[in-house]
Design a protein around this ligand. Sequence first.
Ligand SMILES: *Cc1c(COP(=O)(O)O)cnc(C)c1O
Length: 379
Amino acid sequence: MKTSIPLVDLRAQYKSLRREIDAAIHRVIHASAFIGGREVEEFEAAFAKYCGTRFAVGVSSGTNAIVIALKALGLKPGEGVIVPSFTFIASAHAIMEAGLTPVVADVDPIRYTLDPESCERVLAKDRRAKKVRAILPVHLYGQPADMDALRSVARRHNLLLVEDAAQAHGARLAGRRAGSLGHAGCFSFYPSKNLGAYGDGGMIVTNDPKAAESAQRLRNHGRSSKTKSKYIHFSMGGNSRLDGLQAAILGVKLRHLDEWNERRRRAASVYTDLLQADRSVRTPVIAEKCQHVFHIYAVLVRNRDRVFNALRTNGVGAEIHYPVPVHLQPSLKACGYRRGDFPVSEMLSKYVLSLPLYPEITPAQIKRVVRLLKSAAAS
Ligand SMILES: *Cc1c(COP(=O)(O)O)cnc(C)c1O
């Protein structure tokens, strides 16, 4: 039997950085600065600089980054946030966890990100949209959403724009990084993301000093970085901190992110070259002015479930991101959406298939995946 090809290969990345990572881990243990401290502050500064924003606030996950960003921008319980129907469920659940209402809109059929026209339709016609205060576009699979058009929608309706950039570390739109394109940007450092920790972690980036200060308080018991008094609590806040070990590891990895993203783009173009002539497959489209970072390389394919099973049976770690759109999830039942409400998302959920992609994947591995996919799609 041939060796398997995983969806992502985190061990290959560790092997290439072992000395640097091990040194960073030992540094934290020797300093015993496990929560907060210098490593976190240094990584926040480096990440803000990388994204081109004034502030970065480290938190405990991407989900908590969204929850805290929405609260820090002043949204109040009962208000609504527009979210695409085709995304990882955390985008919608984070809105709900913040006490807000997810108001779902469809994605566009070319780049699979939030469709500005669907937002306008929802804002005009959907009674759930009365109290909408913000839009949460998701840079799905690593490609920036159409932020120029979404910014016009936001301006017209006086809404905030908060980016879910959990899949798009380093992606660019017209030269500007994902996360710096709205009022705040939210990142996840879940291990398999383009920039991944060795545990959970997340980050909020923003140019708004008040939102940054508020996020710092919300993540840490209402404490302020502006005073030294540990037991004065300026506002309500929980515990959603980024820890020192994760910050030190992420600081090492950040220096390699652009190179890894470049390798992901090259691997993606190998896939696309091999697949684009095949009529049963639709390859990803890179939109104008976008630098895609291919967190996920997803194709649309006929007989998706059969192809998926054939790849799995042959040791290829294919995956489906995502088989059920947000508006049809049991967890959103109370919102009252129905099948047929968002046809593009429903179509995508039937046909998308993610193929193995990571910076270290080889052309030979890609060729093998493509060979198996083509024969399964044709059978
Ligand atoms: C991973 C992810 C999140 C959640 O991040 P966690 O760190 O797992 O909480 C949110 N939104 C999207 C689009 C994601 O891919």
